[in-house]
Design a protein around this ligand. Structure first.
Ligand SMILES: Cc1cc2nc3c(=O)[nH]c(=O)nc-3n(C[C@H](O)[C@H](O)[C@H](O)COP(=O)(O)OP(=O)(O)OC[C@H]3O[C@@H](n4cnc5c(N)ncnc54)[C@H](O)[C@@H]3O)c2cc1C
Length: 512
């Protein structure tokens, strides 16, 4: 009986990063000995460009690659990837200021307390100014070293994580090969209509511009910002978060490498937003994310060009509204990727939100009854996850100490969401970081941003005051030396991509 209600066909609308990640993950999940047990069709239009600038990721991407069966060395070659140990923030507390959000912890647990709490104590006593020396990924990044962490949890070289920076277009292309190899059918064409069942309101198919109809039971909307099905048909609504995150435009381009690529993304605060720099093996992806309320498109472009020099590609202007779809899943449409929402790319979270959307869908995979309990659980999880990421990004703006522009004044003076306000107060009081359900960033990531922006707890937890201050300081010194020695044993970042292609320093190409 249950079998009779099973889905008969899934249609994925869109072939950007979201579409091909979804196609390959679903194909892997429904791949049986005789091929796909659930037919999957992906529709995309070559005439409608993908966003394609998502180039930096956070560590869970490695899990995605492992799940779909992408070998790391092959992936690094195919997408011209570099390693990413974190984000290097410049000028967020004013010109010349700098901190690093590394993917890793600030030391081990000691007497049941995270080592960062001992560092908070040392800071409160005036013994240290920064937590950097206890962050192995930060030390590695500063020396341009990288190797994947070791598996042995007793080694300090297991205390960090990493992600990738890659060419998103090449990633989608590689996933397409994988998905088609598993039996996903790709259909080229522009969707012009979406017939619905008059009784249930569910979408029954998508009509292409050549008149052909592709029928399905479940439709996954990966059509990008336009939200072709989730908004265009289902009118799921959009929650706008511009009041907390005023940046609404970006201009992206690529430019030549001027030295060995670093294992990090750089985010430099600017008067009306911030500028990104993402080094790949063969070039740099760069751009300026800004608020149209505080600068013009021309001024933003001039600013960017002034910072990076002659680009390799034409500037690509983008517009967006930070926020989330009110119902990420409505009826028989599940939105994944930009169609489900967008939080500006300061901590490179979009591809991760795609990945977790896919994971959540697989956990709550429906049949043709589309049980409301599944839909409600999906929407709750999705909303929470977006809100947690939003709070993390708002933290960067709200605590930034810049005084040189209206954007920064507004971000400082706008009261943060309640969920974030509570986190900030708790951190200031005791250095306590209370994670909520569906957080994407762990405690040490929050600690990196708080302290990087100059916000420290008034007092660490009294539990770390049990050992004497000198004893803690001595232990901190030993740990710092251990981390420094471990870092010195790690090879240069370039050893991660031994087949590095010729840098694109000489050939200037223009986008068509
Ligand atoms: C400035 C900026 C910087 C970013 N940086 C990062 C980053 O560093 N890291 C990160 O994780 N993310 C980043 N992102 C987000 C990332 O780019 C997206 O999450 C990712 O590209 C997924 O996009 P998508 O597949 O949802 O949509 P798109 O790339 O827009 O793809 C949409 C697809 O839908 C198809 N389509 C649309 N309409 C139709 C139609 N009518 N008929 C047929 N097909 C149709 C298109 O052909 C296309 O294939 C950034 C985004 C922006 C704007």
């Amino acid at each position: 009986m249950a079998q009779e209600r099973a889905l008969r066909r899934v249609v994925i609308v869109g072939g950007g990063t979201a579409g091909w990640m979804t196609a390959s993950a679903l194909a892997r999940a429904f791949s049986g000995p005789a091929g796909l047990t659930l037919p999957i069709t992906l529709v995309e239009s070559d005439a409608i460009a993908t966003v394609g600038v998502g180039e930096a990721t956070i560590p869970p991407i490695r899990q995605f690659n492992a799940t779909v069966g992408l070998d790391e060395a092959e992936f690094v070659r195919a997408t011209k990837a570099t390693a990413k140990l974190g984000v290097d923030f410049h000028d967020w507390s004013g010109p010349g200021s700098n901190y690093f959000h590394g993917f890793g912890d600030y030391g081990p647990m000691v007497r049941g307390q995270a080592w960062r709490q001992y560092l908070f104590r040392l800071h409160a006593e005036g013994r240290i100014e920064t937590m950097e020396p206890w962050s192995l990924p930060t030390i590695l990044f500063r020396q341009n070293r990288f190797a994947p962490p070791v598996a042995d949890p007793r080694s300090v070289l297991s205390s960090y994580s990493y992600a990738y920076q890659f060419d998103a277009g090449l990633f989608a292309r590689r996933l397409r090969v994988l998905a088609e190899g598993l039996g996903v059918v790709r259909r080229e064409g522009r969707i012009v209509d979406c017939p619905r069942d008059p009784e249930s309101g569910l979408i029954t198919g998508v009509t292409l511009d050549d008149g052909s109809l592709i029928e399905g039971d479940l439709f996954i909307d990966c059509s990008g910002f336009r939200g072709l099905l989730i908004e265009g048909v289902m009118q799921a609504g959009y929650e706008d978060w511009t009041r907390w995150l005023p940046c609404d435009r970006a201009v992206a381009l690529t430019y030549p490498l001027s030295g060995p690529p670093e294992p990090c993304t750089r985010a430099t605060a600017r008067k009306a937003g911030w500028q990104w720099r993402i080094p790949l093996q063969h070039r740099i992806g760069g751009g300026y994310v800004y608020s149209s309320a505080f600068t013009s498109d021309q001024e933003a472009l001039d600013d960017l060009l002034g910072m990076v020099g002659p680009p390799l590609t034409d500037p690509n202007p983008l517009r967006f509204t930070t926020g989330r779809r009110r119902e990420a899943w409505k009826g028989n449409v599940v939105s994944i990727g930009l169609s489900s929402g967008f939080i500006e790319p300061l901590e490179s979270t979009s591809i991760n939100l795609i990945q977790s959307g896919i994971g959540r869908l697989l956990e709550l995979f429906p049949d043709r009854d589309f049980d409301p309990a599944l839909v409600a659980a999906y929407n709750k999880g999705s909303a929470q996850e977006y809100e947690r990421v939003r709070d993390f990004i708002v933290l960067h703006y709200h605590l930034a100490g810049r005084t040189d522009g209206e954007l920064w004044r507004q971000c400082r003076e706008t009261a943060p969401p309640d969920s974030l306000a509570e986190k900030i107060e708790l951190f200031k009081a005791r250095g306590e970081i209370r994670l909520l359900e569906n957080e994407s960033f762990r405690e040490d990531s929050w600690a990196a941003v708080f302290t990087g922006l100059g916000v420290w707890p008034r007092r660490a937890t009294p539990l770390v005051e049990v050992p004497g201050l000198d004893e803690v300081a001595h232990q901190a010194e030993r740990l710092r030396d251990l981390i420094a020695r471990a870092a010195a044993s790690v090879p240069a970042h370039s050893s991660f991509f031994p087949d590095r292609p010729q840098a694109a320093a000489t050939s200037r190409t223009r986008a068509p």
